[in-house]
Write a protein that binds this ligand. Structure first.
Ligand SMILES: [Zn+2]
Length: 218
C-alpha cells in the first residue's frame, strides 16, 4: 500500500474549520496591507503537485472583476488556495452560481466569501440608473438594483452603503437560486451547516479587507 500523501504540502488542513479559514484570510490580508507578502504556494513544486493531485482550494471568493481587486494578491495566497469567481458587481447570476456549485459539489469547498469593494463601477452604474451602454450591461446592473432600492439611494454619496447592501443581496440570491448552496448553508432538520458564507468590503488604497456582518441599509 502506498504511503504517498493524498494532498499537496501547503494545502489548508481542515477546510471545514471556518474560523481558521477566516484567520488565514485576515492574516494574508494583513501581510498585503503591510507590503510584506509571503507569496506562499507559488513554486514549481506547487504547480506540479496540484496538477498531479488536483486542486483543493480552501475558500471560494465571489468578487468584482475590477482590476484593482485581485483576490489571490490581497489575501497573499497561491496556486490552488482560492477558487475565485469574478464578475462585475460580484453578483449572483447563473454563471457565478454554477461556478460556486461546482466548487462545493466537486472540489469540496465549504467556505464562501462575497467581496464588494470601494468605488465599484457596476454599483455606481446601478445607482445612476438609465442605460448602462448595452443590453448585457443593463442586465448585469439589473442584479444590483434591489440593493439600490433597499438603501433608497439616488446619489453617489450612498455608493459605499449600496455596495455593502449589494454584498448581502448577493448572499440572499445565492441561497434563493441554488438548492446546493441553500441546503449546505441552512440544512433542514437542525443539521449542522456544511458551508459558511461570509461578507467583506475592500478598501482600494489601504488594501484592507473589512469583514462586515450587517448591511447598513437593513
Ligand atoms: Zn466593482
Amino acid at each position: 500500500m502506498s504511503t504517498e500523501e493524498k494532498s499537496c504540502p501547503g494545502n489548508f488542513e481542515d477546510r471545514s474549520d471556518f474560523k481558521k479559514i477566516r484567520e488565514r484570510l485576515e492574516k494574508g490580508n494583513e501581510r498585503y496591507v503591510k507590503d510584506e507578502p509571503d507569496h506562499p504556494n507559488q513554486s514549481k513544486g506547487r504547480r506540479e503537485c496540484t496538477k498531479e493531485k488536483g486542486q483543493e482550494p480552501f475558500a471560494i471568493i465571489l468578487s468584482c472583476a475590477d482590476s484593482r481587486v485581485p483576490p489571490e494578491l490581497i489575501f497573499d495566497t497561491g496556486v490552488s488556495d482560492l477558487f475565485v469567481v469574478r464578475v462585475a458587481g460580484n453578483i449572483a447570476n447563473i454563471s457565478s452560481i454554477a461556478s460556486i456549485e461546482f466548487a462545493i459539489a466537486q472540489l469540496g469547498c465549504q467556505y464562501i466569501l462575497v467581496l464588494g469593494h470601494e468605488k465599484c463601477g457596476a454599483v455606481d452604474a446601478a445607482i445612476k440608473g438609465g442605460n448602462a451602454g448595452s443590453d448585457n450591461l443593463n442586465q448585469l446592473v439589473g442584479h444590483i438594483l434591489p440593493a439600490v432600492n433597499a438603501c433608497n439611494c439616488k446619489s453617489e454619496s450612498g455608493l459605499e452603503e449600496v455596495t455593502k447592501e449589494n454584498v448581502f443581496h448577493t448572499v440572499d440570491e445565492l441561497k434563493r437560486c441554488s438548492t446546493i448552496i441553500r441546503n449546505a448553508v441552512n440544512p433542514e432538520g437542525g443539521k449542522k451547516p456544511t458551508v459558511k458564507i461570509e461578507t467583506a468590503y475592500y478598501h482600494l488604497a489601504s488594501g484592507k479587507v473589512e469583514f462586515i456582518d450587517k448591511s447598513p441599509c437593513r
